[in-house]
Design a protein around this ligand. Structure first.
Ligand SMILES: [Zn+2]
Length: 503
């Protein structure tokens, strides 16, 4: 952000937005409770936007926020020291996650609080004859984004290795008194082999890819390079089955991305991620720049392993038991040590809506699942944010007449109706890296925008007084008001087209 005003330097330094420090005021054990209670009061009980900021100096040069954004974000990311417990698979125990249990992840609350901070800065600068420019969330013409992804855990349903899963299906069918015959048939096919001429219900990656392609969409397919014998929870195919089942050439031709589904084993032995990424690059003849860990077994403090594996992004930040914006994040964010360059960080692309949480953990029927997914999609659009859909290929099970494949298609329709832009996760990560390197500066009365490889134009948000912004109209710069009433400065930038170039 660049701040500029028509007053002496010494006065400009006095403009301040203060925030309280809840960490100083609370003990560690009460901090989580305090943050959760504040968030519940602010977002779920009262109207948003109340009590955001207030003057705390008579000259109007200091504003104070009503909340401690830094503590909220660090606690939401699980980065403050607190008593954490791991679940059976070594992940944070979601049953003890106060924010999740309070129902807060149905909102991308971090995005709303950052917006409240920007509004406070806007108010402060307006009354002090100054302005600031802030980076755009998305390129020109993109108001909000949905990332489309598929974790591929199984390439065949009817294989002996899957017998325990099919026994589980049958038990569930008996318990629910529904589809017992279907579950029995599937169990038999798994035990003795497929019945004549029937294609395996999970041999469907190419079909899903084609459906998306016909809609003009591209998705990320997370594929694993695993030893299925490692654990009963491991990805169930080996590299040979992967190459014989997936046509990488046709995925590439359709514009889909191949990402790494880091094996269950790589959650225990993080060094193996590098080897898996390399092997997948060789097998798929694709760049493989991102990953999501099987069972979401990701350690956000172990970014170095993703970097060594040559990954630009990870998309394991999400809840397995419930859909929602984990820790209130409805936007990508950088993950890595503070103060290091972007090349030493990865982009985290939070996963929002996963078929298995809706189906297996919340036990929703297709209608309930579509409603839950739609609510999150609406929130992402309202926050000009991001929602990432993860639909396993097993959700497009041809044996199941209540296929969750239909729910997936309904969600896509809802995104397009809400004017969302659908991208692969690689495109999201590349934009976020690009955005990180955008710089604007004002020298005398000249504004310059620097960027590494160039969009046709970039649209910066103007906070404060727009009449002070030096607009170089001769070079095509212009001020405008966006549909939300926010002032924007569009600056053409010479150079090559990059991701999401302005239309
Ligand atoms: Zn998986």
């Amino acid at each position: 952000m660049v701040v500029h005003g028509r007053f002496p330097e010494r006065d400009r330094r006095r403009l301040s937005v203060l925030m309280p420090c809840w960490r100083c005021e609370s003990t560690e054990s009460s901090l989580e409770e305090r943050v959760t209670t504040w968030l519940v009061d602010y977002f779920l009980k009262t109207h948003r936007g109340v009590g955001v900021h207030q003057d705390c100096a008579p000259d109007g040069q200091v504003l104070e926020l009503g909340f401690d954004l830094i503590t909220i974000i660090t606690l939401s990311l699980g980065l403050l020291p607190r008593e954490t417990r791991k679940d059976f698979h070594g992940r944070d125990d979601e049953t003890r996650d106060a924010i999740l249990q309070a129902g807060l992840p149905r909102l991308p609350y971090v995005s709303y609080l950052v917006e409240a901070l920007l509004e406070a800065i806007d108010a402060l600068l307006k009354r002090n004859l100054s302005f600031a420019l802030s980076k755009p969330s998305w390129p020109i013409g993109v108001s909000w984004v949905v990332g489309l992804s598929h974790d591929v855990d199984h390439l065949s349903k009817w294989v002996a290795r899957n017998l325990p899963l099919r026994v589980g299906d049958l038990k569930r069918a008996v318990r629910e008194g529904d589809r017992i015959l279907g579950a029995l048939k599937s169990l038999l096919a798994t035990a003795v082999g497929p019945y004549l001429g029937r294609r395996d219900p999970y041999s469907n990656v190419g079909d899903v890819a084609q459906i998306e392609n016909q809609k003009g969409l591209a998705a990320t397919y997370f594929l694993g390079v695993a030893d299925p014998g490692y654990s009963p929870f491991e990805i169930t195919y080996d590299p040979n089955t992967l190459t014989s089942s997936i046509s990488f050439a046709s995925l590439r031709e359709m514009g889909h991305e191949v990402g790494l589904h880091g094996s269950y084993a790589s959650g225990d032995h993080r060094d193996s991620l590098e080897h898996e990424a390399q092997q997948l690059r060789e097998l798929s003849q694709s760049a493989v720049v991102g990953g999501r860990q099987h069972y979401l077994r990701f350690d956000r403090t172990a970014v170095s392993h993703s970097l060594r594996a040559g990954l630009l992004y990870d998309s394991s930040w999400g809840y397995w038991s419930k859909p929602g914006f984990r820790g209130g994040f409805g936007s990508p964010f950088q993950l890595g040590p503070v103060g290091v360059s972007a090349s030493n960080r990865i982009v985290e692309i939070p996963m929002t809506i996963m078929d298995t949480s809706l189906r297996e953990f919340l036990h929703l029927d297709p209608r309930g699942a579509a409603e839950a997914g739609n609510a999150l999609i609406t929130e992402a659009s309202q926050a000009s944010g991001l929602a990432v859909i993860n639909w396993h290929n097993s959700a497009f099970d041809r044996e199941d007449p209540r296929s969750f494949g239909q729910v997936f298609l309904e969600l896509l329709e809802a995104v397009l109706e809400n004017h969302g832009t659908i991208w692969t996760l690689e495109t999201i990560a590349r934009w976020w890296h690009y955005r990180d390197s955008l710089q604007a500066s004002v020298d005398e009365d000249r504004l310059s925008v620097t960027h590494p490889d160039g969009l046709k134009a970039v649209s910066l948000r103007v906070l404060g007084n727009p009449s002070l912004v030096p607009v170089d109209e001769a070079r095509g710069a212009r001020l405008s008001t966006d549909p939300r009433g926010r002032r924007r400065l569009t600056v053409p930038t010479a150079g090559l087209d990059a991701v999401g170039a302005a239309g």
